[in-house]
Design a protein around this ligand. Structure first.
Ligand code: ADP
Ligand code: MG
Length: 692
């Protein structure tokens, strides 16, 4: 054909295309990701050029994906920088210009093919995974419009084309699908793939959706044959943006179909109900199926983490959380959005879900590790690392981490020993703990504020009561109802008023305690996040909890230890006879009733130089002085009680280690306690349950 130039691909390119088509077959759906990435790259390039030109850039950069059942084509159109004729020859005619052979070697050894495509700049050739002919029509500002075309048979052609549309620049890649790839001619399939791979592309991606509707038309005003032809031409193209909502009006060339008897025509004949039947075959009207297309915006999720936090409102964060969460009911308690700079740069957006996903603590569950998704330049790295970005005790945290410092195509092994990744992990943990701390601060401030307003309210109320006492009987009746209402709302509010931190603590306190055992580096930070019910807190008040620092600040004169008591529930701990002695002294006791408490208290034995003391351990003591006096008294008493204790031991046999006199009891005559080095009774239960 005149004006059509024929070129041969570089030898290696030809070979490579062959390899791609055959070895990537199972992963062929990635063609859409590659074409969209290229379209986005081209749009980015234009944006950069225009910005440096100080020229104004219309806001029309988007990516449109159209498809045609009859022609068996899929096309991806961008309004980006476009390609000149030379660009088409060099960019699409050669691959990996340098070191082609070594590239081919690497390619053959590759395990994960899909990742390689981007790495070696062969993304475009994935078109041939599904297309047996690919045509690229492109227009660059500096050149006319050209069409590049190839059937992957070793040659490609280039010819100048007429302007197909108004576009001054941009590229359309059209794939003529192979017969075994027709599955992609489906709106939902394409939508699913776009959202899977390209959800966070910066430019809007529109996907063509084919629709049809029944319309009633006047026979007299039927379009002429000329009209039909004109509209047929236009049908080839997808309607422009402005027509997004309105179905295109000029595509009524379809054959008329008889009105379906069962068609719900209520709306049309609302006022003419009585003679609907007679009117059904109105000779001046007929029904037609009209086909039209609509553009659907399919990448509504934004790469929010890449934007400036000061420009993002809470709704946007909530929306984003909705797009990544695993449980439909889940909401985010709090979030952190930050940029880390220094040895390694990354951006992160992290959320604390109000409930852990079902798999949050399953160490072997790969899904947990995917609670934090790792992106490299907005492209999802999936299944590459099995360590996870956060330690298991933080497995419930969800979010996104994005770093440009990580190579996008990296094998699992190398990623695991990647230094940048190690640094990201470390910083991420710090940031997550900071997020918890901030939540705690906010909640503490909230409680303080609430207390203040409650105090003034109480004062006002007291004053009110005084004045009301002087009022008439009728009025006081009214007052009664008012106060009833008040007490009702108060009790309802109790639950609602639970601060975000307490919500967090109830849900994830066990995780923080686990961290205290497993993450020695951050142990102190984790300890400061712990909140306890104690003998000095109001167990009914959702917001009344104590930290270890609170405990220390309330310690009595002469008190040497931080006392705690472990058990299986708050109730059982609170009713323990071990508490009695402490109550007399007015010493505060930490109530610990999570299994994990037995573990962290064995590791964290000393807070700010003050030892932690378990009430249920044999080694229990008030202080060194006490101990001495008690010892003396005890020695004397022990002699007197010896016959009894020996008798008991002989009855119980080896059900007990030994029977001895204790100074820890008041109203209870006897108790079972644990040895200093042994397990507490509670730990015994846990150990038995876990059978170790
Ligand atoms: P990569 O994107 O990794 O560079 P590809 O094989 O995907 O490799 O694309 C090869 C080259 O073709 C690109 O680098 C770019 O120069 C050019 N190209 C591909 N698609 C487009 C497009 N839609 N607009 C402009 N240039 C494109
Ligand atoms: Mg590419």
């Amino acid at each position: 054909e005149e004006g059509t130039e024929k070129h041969e691909f570089q030898a290696e390119t030809g070979r490579l295309m062959d390899i791609i088509v055959h070895s990537l077959y199972s992963n062929r759906e990635i063609f859409i990701r590659e074409l969209i990435s290229n379209a986005a790259d081209a749009s980015d390039k234009l944006r950069m050029v225009k910005l440096s030109d100080e020229g104004s850039l219309e806001d029309d950069l988007d990516i449109r994906i159209a498809w045609n059942d009859e022609e068996k084509t899929i096309s991806v159109t961008d309004r980006g920088i476009g390609m000149t004729k030379d660009d088409l020859v060099t960019n699409l005619g050669t691959i990996a210009r340098s070191g082609t052979s070594s590239f081919l070697e690497k390619f053959k050894d590759a395990k994960d093919e899909s990742s390689l495509i981007g790495q070696f700049g062969v993304g475009f050739y994935s078109s041939f995974l599904v297309g047996n002919r690919v045509t690229v029509t492109s227009k660059h500002e500096d050149d006319s419009q050209y069409a590049w075309s190839s059937a992957a048979d070793g040659v490609f052609t280039i010819e100048e084309t007429e302007k197909a549309d108004e576009a001054e620049r941009g590229t359309t890649v059209t794939l003529h699908l192979r017969d075994d790839a027709l599955e992609f001619l489906d709106f939902n399939r394409l939508k699913e793939l776009i959202r899977k791979y390209s959800a966070y592309i910066d430019f809007p991606i529109y996907l063509e959706e084919h629709k049809s509707e029944e319309v009633e038309v006047d026979v007299e005003n039927e379009p002429t044959t000329e009209d039909k032809e004109a509209s047929e031409d236009e049908e080839e193209e997808v309607p422009e943006d402005e027509e997004e909502d309105a179905p295109s009006a000029d595509s009524d060339e379809e054959q008329a179909t008889d009105k379906d008897e069962s068609e719900d025509d209520d709306e049309i004949n609302v006022e003419e109900d009585d003679y609907v039947d007679e009117e059904e075959h109105d000779p001046t009207k007929k029904w037609e199926t009209r086909k039209y297309s609509e553009w659907q915006h399919v990448n509504d999720q934004k790469a929010l983490w890449r934007r400036d936090p000061s420009e993002i409102n809470k709704d946007e964060y909530d929306e984003f959380y909705d797009s990544i969460k695993k449980s439909t009911e889940s909401k985010a308690i709090s979030y952190a959005h930050f940029k880390a700079e220094g040895e390694v740069d990354f951006k992160a957006l992290l959320f604390i879900p109000d409930r852990p996903s079902y798999d949050s603590y399953d160490v072997n569950e790969a899904a947990v590790k995917e609670n934090i998704r790792l992106y490299v330049r907005k492209v999802l790295l999936k299944g590459y690392f099995h360590e996870g970005l956060l330690p298991r005790y933080l497995g419930f945290v969800a979010g996104v981490v994005d770093s440009d410092d990580l190579p996008i195509n990296i094998s699992r092994e190398t990623l695991q020993e990647n230094k940048a990744l190690e640094l990201i992990r470390k910083k991420l943990v710090r940031k997550v703990l900071e997020l918890f701390k901030n939540l705690l601060k906010e909640s503490d401030a909230e409680i303080a504020e609430k207390k203040e307003s409650e105090d003034t309210e109480a004062k006002e109320e007291a004053e009110e009561v005084e004045t009301e006492a002087e009022e008439t009987a009728a009025e006081s009746e009214e007052k009664e109802t008012v106060s009833d209402d008040e007490s009702e709302t108060e009790s309802k509010d109790d639950k609602k008023d639970e601060t975000q931190y307490i919500k967090f603590w109830k849900q994830y306190g066990v995780s923080v305690k686990l961290g205290c055992v497993e993450d020695r580096v951050n142990q102190k930070r984790l300890i400061n996040l712990m909140r306890f019910k104690t003998s000095e807190t109001d167990v009914k008040d959702e917001n009344d909890w104590a930290s270890l620092d609170d405990y220390v600040s309330r310690m009595k004169e002469g008190q040497e230890y931080i006392y705690f008591l472990t058990g299986t529930s708050l109730e059982s701990v609170m009713s323990s006879p071990f508490l009695e002695r402490l109550k007399d002294k007015g010493y505060e006791v930490l109530y610990l009733y999570d299994s994990i408490d037995e573990y962290w208290t064995q590791q964290y034995t000393d807070h700010e130089g003050i030892k932690l003391m378990s009430l249920s351990k044999d080694s229990f003591a008030f202080n060194a002085q006490d101990e001495k006096i008690a010892k003396k008294q005890m020695e004397e008493a022990r002699i007197g009680i010896k016959p009894l204790s020996e008798r008991i031991k002989s009855v119980l046999g080896n059900k007990v280690e030994r029977v001895k006199l204790s100074n820890r009891l008041r109203s209870v005559p006897m108790m079972i306690s644990a040895e200093r080095t042994g397990f507490t009774a509670n730990m015994e239960l846990i150990a038995r349950a876990q059978s170790f």
